[in-house]
Design a binder for this molecule. Structure first.
Ligand SMILES: *[C@@H]1O[C@H](CO)[C@@H](O)[C@H](O)[C@H]1NC(C)=O
Length: 148
């Protein structure tokens, strides 16, 4: 009884967020991605609904100490990266990450991406980069997605 109840809860919650979203590493230089979670995301590639906010959570570990991180996001369409403005590009503030970052420690970064109504309904790659002050990529993820 208790276990079937738990099973139902697990099934329901998995309809809203995927904790292990597939991605491709697009050239992380001074860090390593451990996992990626997107909420809401019910299928892969993730469907980003226009007029909603989507939360992206990246678990990663830097391979050197890092003073500050900045998030840079692109929508890659037909191989062409188009900047995707973030309300909060500062990876050290309201992101769950405390700066400076220690070498080899695990961090859980999160950010909201507003999927604006004016965006076209396209299949694209969301390229999420976290960069250090020197512009080196701590992590770079290519996330297949579809705007609807
Ligand atoms: C998305 O987030 C922004 C900033 O937090 C907020 O102002 C806006 O109302 C949110 N939009 C929706 C559709 O939840």
């Amino acid at each position: 009884m208790a276990s079937s109840f738990l099973f139902i809860i697990l099934v329901i919650s998995s309809c809203y967020a995927l904790d292990n979203v597939r991605y491709r590493d697009c050239g992380s230089q001074v860090g390593k991605v451990k996992s990626l979670s997107i909420n809401p995301c019910t299928s892969q590639p993730c469907i980003l609904k226009r007029g909603t906010n989507v939360t992206v959570t990246i678990n990663f570990s830097p391979s050197e100490s890092i003073k500050k991180i900045q998030a840079v996001v692109f929508g890659v369409l037909e191989g062409v990266p188009i900047p995707f403005p973030l309300p909060n590009p500062n990876g050290c503030s309201n992101s769950g990450v405390k700066c400076p970052l220690e070498k080899s420690a695990m961090y859980k970064y999160h950010s909201i991406i507003p999927v604006k109504k004016i965006y076209p309904a396209v299949t694209l790659i969301v390229r999420w980069e976290l960069k250090n002050s020197a512009g080196k990529k701590v992590v770079c993820l290519d996330i297949p997605a579809s705007i609807e």
